[in-house]
Design a protein around this ligand. Structure first.
Ligand SMILES: [Zn+2]
Length: 370
């Protein structure tokens, strides 16, 4: 039997991760997948945005059986977002504007998560308090309404629970009604269109049509999860902290904690993520020989855009490394830092050999800094 990835030495785990990113890029760029994605988007032209927790279990494409590159994720600790954050507000407004300009509607799925089997498997960002996490999702919904209107004809904000034992989505509709997809058997998949119509009477038809494949996919996924005997108590075995954007390739749950660059106080989610990694090591869920801090910034075009991505990614790696060194000096000794840029059209991750700020190879900063 081969050793599972999460218990291999850190250098092997990093090689595995880089292989994963390369094969993701290759598969993303393949003619078959490129065409399939184009066809999917031609048939379902609603832009789908997901706001979610950095928790590695919260993986919408995986649990809805949706091709990668369709759902645009915004990730942060606990799925905690304030739309007044300058960078987040700009990104969101630009993303919506671009879609609307191209004649597309926008569905924003606002997720919170919990475990039906054990409270402590809930969201660390809310101290495992399901009600608090759900209330925050409604808070984001109301901020979205402030930004994009309450008519919901162009931008539709949808609050959605994510129950991690079954990977089941819980759709929150009108008048506090919910549809728990864990309660829908695969045999009832044909009834879903009318159930969605009843739950979301104000949702434009095209948006409902484009939500439907995700809902069907989740019902099928739940059925598959139930046939596998998966261990629930190993939920936290992440050994990577990702900071920035462009981590779509991590389509494997429980590997990474992903922190978007949105909060004006990035140090808070970074400390929280480092605390989770330390707990994972302390409890023996991952080896104690090291963890990876990986930053990434995407770029569309060569030249200035690419140069900016390089600087941005290096800044984030350096910033996060410093936060971790200050808050967890012992853990920081086991930190392997890498800064990467992502060629967005090809989803190609290029790890930078050296820090462009100090010109030292990554990993040596610790030795030379002080
Ligand atoms: Zn969470």
């Amino acid at each position: 039997m081969t050793t599972p990835v999460h218990s291999r030495p850190i250098s092997e785990r990093i090689d595995w991760l880089m292989d994963l990113s390369r094969s993701h890029s290759a598969s993303f760029c393949s003619a078959d997948n490129h065409l399939a994605r184009q066809r999917y988007l031609a048939e379902h032209n609603t832009l789908i945005i997901a706001m979610k927790c950095m928790d590695g279990r919260i993986h919408l494409p995986y649990v809805t059986q949706t091709p990668l590159g369709i759902i645009h994720p915004f990730r942060n600790l606990g799925g905690i977002f304030e739309l007044g954050w300058p960078y987040l507000g700009d990104m969101l407004a630009d993303t919506v504007q671009e879609a609307v300009g191209a004649g597309r509607r926008v569905l924003v799925i606002i997720t919170y998560h919990f475990s039906k089997g054990a409270r402590e498997r809930g969201c660390a960002g809310f101290d495992c308090n399901r009600e608090a996490a759900q209330a925050h999702a409604y808070h984001i919904r109301s901020q979205l309404e402030t930004l994009f209107g309450r008519g919901h004809q162009t931008v539709y904000p949808l609050v959605c629970g994510f129950e991690t034992d079954d990977d089941a989505l819980i759709l929150h509709g009108r008048d506090q009604q919910t549809l728990d997809l864990a309660s829908v058997p695969v045999s009832a998949i044909d009834e879903l269109p009318s159930r969605l119509a009843a739950l979301f009477p104000d949702m434009p038809g095209p948006v409902r049509r484009d939500l439907l494949p995700l809902v069907r996919g989740n019902v099928r996924h739940i059925a598959e999860v139930r046939t596998t005997n998966r261990e629930l108590n190993i939920e936290h075995r992440e050994w990577v902290i990702c900071i920035g954007r462009g981590f779509d390739f991590l389509h494997v749950p429980n590997v990474a904690l992903i922190i978007g660059p949105y909060s004006p106080d990035l140090s808070h989610p970074i400390r929280q993520a480092a605390g989770i990694i330390r707990a994972n090591m302390d409890s023996g869920r991952i080896p104690g020989d090291g963890f990876l801090l990986l930053s990434s910034a995407p770029y569309q075009e060569p030249g200035t855009q690419k140069a900016r991505a390089t600087l941005k990614s290096a800044f984030m790696a350096d910033f996060a490394a410093n936060v971790i060194r200050e808050a967890f000096p012992e853990l920081a000794e086991k930190m392997v830092t890498r800064s990467a840029i992502l060629n967005w059209p090809e989803r190609r991750l290029d790890v930078q050999p050296a820090c462009p700020l100090c010109r030292l190879p990554w990993g040596n900063q610790l030795l030379y800094r002080e």
